[in-house]
Design a protein around this ligand. Sequence first.
Ligand SMILES: [Zn+2]
Ligand SMILES: [Zn+2]
Length: 97
Amino acid sequence: MNYDQWKTSNPQDEGCLSDLVTSCCGSQEESSELSNCCGSSFWGETDICGDCKEHADNFMVCSDCGGDDEYSYTMIEQHEYDERKRDDANEFNNDDI
Ligand SMILES: [Zn+2]
Ligand SMILES: [Zn+2]
């Protein structure tokens, strides 16, 4: 086995981005296909907002509940979400301990 070759053939850490989940559902986020300025659809195949005719970006939404990233959630790491969930569960289950 040539370990040097194996190491250099995998320069990108693929786990880097996929660790982030939405804080509301622990889910992935996805593009809403709506402009982040007006919540309007885009003009044809462009990145121009169909409402104000300015350049705009998609805003992102939670793929689970559909909440948007401005009001409903932030992206957090998977282990952080697990911790929050555990803290919530502990509050409800105080009697069982
Ligand atoms: Zn707009
Ligand atoms: Zn959600």
